[in-house]
Design a protein around this ligand. Structure first.
Ligand code: TGC
Ligand code: FAD
Length: 386
C-alpha cells in the first residue's frame, strides 16, 4: 500500500499522526465492513454520527469551550481524508456538521446560540443541515427566493431548499434567506417548528449511504433569537463553503487512494497471459499517473491547510484545490476501475461506490466548472459566470 510518496508525514505533527491513526482504525472497524451493504440498501448508518462525536470528528476546529476539539486546519483535513476513505457519506455528515452548521454558529452566532447548540452538535446528539441551494438556484445562490418578514415578536419564513444533506433527519438547519430589505441572513430553523417539513430525495445513484432531502418552509414562525446576528449578505454562506470545500479537498484524497491501492493490489495478484497485469506497461502507466496526481493533490491540500492555519488562504485557492482534488479522485476511480476489469463494478471492491459518490462531490459545494470560473475571475478580474 502506498499513501505517502513524498514523505508528507515528515511535515505533520505527532498529534496529526495520532488523529489520523485513530480515525483510520475507527473507519476500518465501524465503516468499511458495513458500507457496501448500506449503499446497496440505500440506507444511512446514522449511529456513526455519535461515534464521530466521541472521536472529536465533529467541529474539530471549534474551541473546546464550545465542545469542539480545538484542533488546527490540517487536523481537520486529515480527519476528512480518513473518513472519505471509508465513504463520502460519512465525510459529508462530518463536513456539514463541522463547516456548515457549527462554523456559522461559532462565527456569526450570539453567545447564547453558541452555548445552546455547539456542544450538542459536537457530540452528535444534534444533527445539523445547511440550506443554501433552492429548486431554481444552485450555482447562483445570490438569486435565492426564500424570504422572511419581521412580524414583531417573530420572523415568518417561506421558501424551499433542495438537495440538502441530512435534511430529513436534521434537528436543526442553518437556512439562508432574504429579509424585507433583500439582505441574505442566516436563520436557525429547529425541528418541530410548525410549517417546517423535510421530505427525502429518493432514487439516488450516488451518496446512497447519505440521506438527502428538501427543506420546506410554509409560514414558519422563527423566534427572533434564532437569527444569526453577526452576518449579512451572501458572504455568510460563502465563508462556510470555504471551510467545507477545503475539507472536501482532503476527503477526495482518501477516496482516491482507496481506489488506487485497490487497483495496485489487484494488478499484482491478477494474472493474464501468464503474467501479473501490473507487469504490462499500460497498467504501469495508469498506476504511475494516478500516484503522481494523488501526490500533487496531497501537497496542494497540505499547503492550503498551512495557509488556512495562518488565516491566509484565499477563497480562490480553496476553489482550485477543491476542483483539482475531486477531479483527480474521480479520474483515479475511473482508471482504477478499468484495472479491475469486470471486477471493478463489483461491490466486493470499493471503487465503483467511490466513483458514484465522487459524481456528487464534483457537483456539490460548487461545480467543477464554477470553480474553474472562480479561478478565471481571480486571474483576469472578469466574472465569466455572469
Ligand atoms: P459575488 O457577487 O461574487 O459575491 C457576493 C458576495 O459574497 C462574497 N463572496 C465570498 N466571500 C467569502 N468567500 C467566498 N468564497 C466568496 N465568494 C463570494 C463576495 O465578496 C461578495 O461579498 P460583498 O460583501 O461584496 O457582497 O457572488 P455571485 O452571485 O456572483 O456568485 C459567485 C459564485 C458563482 C462564485 C458563487 O455564488 C458560487 O460559488 N456558487 C456555487 C454555489 C455553491 O457552492 N453551493 C454549495 C451549496 S452547499 C453544498 O453543496 C453542501 S454539500 C455538503 C456535503 O454533503 O458535504
Ligand atoms: P446548476 O447550477 O443548475 O448547474 C447545472 C450545470 O450548469 C452545471 O454543470 C454547472 O457547472 C453549469 N453552470 C451553471 N452556471 C454556469 C455558468 N455561469 N457558467 C458555466 N456553467 C454553468 N446544497 C446545499 O445547500 N446544502 C447541502 O447540504 C447540499 N447537499 C448536497 C448533496 C448532494 C448529494 C448533492 C448532489 C447536492 C447537494 N447540494 C447541497 C446542492 C449542490 O450544492 C448543487 O447541486 C450545486 O451547487 C449545483 O447546483 P445545481 O445542481 O442546481 O446545478
Amino acid at each position: 500500500m502506498i499513501t505517502d510518496y513524498f514523505n508528507i508525514d515528515d511535515l505533520l505533527t505527532e498529534e496529526h499522526k495520532l488523529i489520523r491513526n485513530s480515525i483510520k482504525s475507527w473507519v476500518d472497524k465501524e465503516v468499511i465492513p458495513f458500507i457496501d451493504k448500506a449503499n446497496h440498501k440505500h440506507e444511512a448508518l446514522h449511529h456513526l454520527t455519535k461515534q464521530m462525536g466521541e472521536l472529536g470528528a465533529l467541529g474539530s476546529f471549534i474551541p473546546e469551550k464550545y465542545g469542539g476539539a480545538g484542533l488546527d486546519q490540517i487536523a481537520y483535513g486529515i480527519i476528512m481524508q480518513e473518513l472519505e476513505r471509508g465513504d463520502t457519506a460519512i465525510r459529508s455528515t462530518a463536513s456539514v456538521q463541522s463547516s456548515l452548521v457549527m462554523y456559522p454558529i461559532y462565527e456569526f452566532g450570539s453567545e447564547e446560540q453558541k452555548l445552546k447548540f455547539l456542544p450538542k452538535l459536537a457530540t452528535g446528539e444534534l444533527v445539523g443541515a445547511f440550506g443554501l441551494t433552492e429548486p431554481n438556484h444552485g450555482s447562483d445562490p445570490g438569486s435565492m427566493e426564500s424570504k422572511f418578514t419581521d412580524e414583531g415578536d417573530y420572523y415568518l419564513l417561506n421558501g424551499a431548499k433542495m438537495w440538502i444533506t441530512n435534511a430529513p433527519i436534521c434537528d436543526l438547519a442553518i437556512v439562508w434567506a432574504r429579509n424585507e430589505e433583500g439582505k441574505v441572513k442566516g436563520l436557525i430553523v429547529e425541528r418541530g417548528m410548525e410549517g417546517f417539513t423535510s421530505p427525502e430525495t429518493h432514487r439516488k445513484w450516488s451518496l446512497r449511504a447519505s440521506v438527502t432531502g428538501e427543506l420546506v418552509f410554509d409560514n414558519v414562525k422563527i423566534p427572533k433569537e434564532n437569527l444569526l446576528p453577526n452576518i449579512s449578505g451572501l458572504k455568510g454562506p460563502m465563508m462556510c463553503l470555504n471551510s467545507a470545500r477545503y475539507g472536501i479537498a482532503w476527503g477526495a484524497i482518501g477516496a482516491g487512494f482507496d481506489c488506487f491501492n485497490t487497483a495496485l493490489q489487484y494488478s499484482q495478484e491478477r494474472k493474464q497471459f501468464k503474467k501479473p497485469i501490473s507487469s504490462f506497461q499500460l497498467t504501469q502507466k495508469k498506476l504511475a499517473e494516478m500516484l503522481t496526481e494523488l501526490s500533487s493533490a496531497q501537497l496542494m491540500a497540505l499547503r492550503v491547510g498551512q495557509l488556512k492555519n495562518e488565516e491566509k488562504a484565499t477563497p480562490s485557492q480553496i476553489s482550485m484545490v477543491k476542483r483539482n482534488n475531486v477531479n483527480t479522485a474521480l479520474k483515479v476511480a475511473r482508471e482504477s476501475r478499468q484495472i479491475l476489469g469486470a471486477m471493478g463494478i463489483s461491490g466486493d471492491y470499493p471503487i465503483m461506490r467511490h466513483m458514484m459518490n465522487l459524481e456528487s462531490v464534483i457537483t456539490y459545494e460548487g461545480t467543477h466548472d464554477i470553480h474553474l470560473l472562480i479561478t478565471g475571475l481571480d486571474i483576469t478580474g472578469i466574472p465569466a459566470f455572469k
